[in-house]
Design a binder for this molecule. Sequence first.
Ligand code: FES
Ligand SMILES: [Fe+2]
Length: 351
Amino acid sequence: MSDSSAPNRYPFAMPAGWFAVAETPDVTVGETKAAYYFATHLVLWRDETGEAHVMDAFCPHLGAHLGHGGTVDGCQIACPFHGWKFDAEGDNTDIPYSERTNRKAKVKAYPTSERNGFVYAWYHPHDEQPTWEVEEVAEITSGEFSGPKRTNHVVQAGIQEMAENAVDSAHFRFVHNTATVPEIEQYTSDGHRAVMKSSQKFPTPRGVVDGRIDSIADGPGVSIVRFSGIIDTLLVSASTPVDANTTQTRFNYYVRNLGDEKTNSSVGAAFAAEVDKQFMEDMPIWEHKAHLVRPALADTDGPFMKFRKWYSQFYVEAISDDRTVFPPPYWPEKLAETPAKATASAKYGDA
Ligand code: FES
Ligand SMILES: [Fe+2]
């Protein structure tokens, strides 16, 4: 049990929006899978027509987890415990040992969308319906780009803290040891979308090359980053709250087709290795940093406050304003080395 007297790690709870809960190949037709996001046990399943579904995990009959032994029967999911069946809306459609179904037995189903190689679920703390759709990334379907190479990380930090990294141009020199830093030329937002255009000079053996990094944040959980200059590459990433303090990030890397498969995959692997290396360098900063409500910024820092204002639209629940500094919990030294493996009770203590 967590200590309810412990102060919140962040001033905000989880944002509302579309979040990846799986990658397309992770859930095959007829398969059920357990997952845990939004501080909720979930079941993912794919019906016989190929459509993916995301629902709460526990069967309303006697609480079995539908993702541990549940089976798919056509367009229904069957519970492993007593065989009750539920359709994609979560309504009970069959009780094998009764003539009647139970109309009150309802499993919550999340709005689900599948594109860009991801299964996305819509999370809203009050179960309101989606107010936008995840955009389709044209390069993926057109065949101009090859990939993806996939990587995946779980970080003990809130989703907004990690997303803020995108507007932080100054940290590249210090955390990532890059010779040059991206220059943010434009940061604009329009509803759930925020667009950042930046340029960067890349030192190469043949001299300095002007490159571009243009990113789109498609809501709080999806981002599309296009790199150009040396070789055109594309990063489609998805970050999902495991809970308010823990985030899973999935990266899908693509490269513009260079002709042969071998070159494509070695360029893709090098691209993935570099971005992943940077991610691992950021990780200890995110896990141990405090969230400052009023950071002391330099005039040449990136557009942090614009970013935060844009991101705040996704919070449905109240943002607490009782403090301006939100430090992480203190991890005893041994746990601090591997916070990802620390259990909630080890970190926060038993109540
Ligand atoms: S617990 Fe699911 S059918 Fe009984
Ligand atoms: Fe970074």
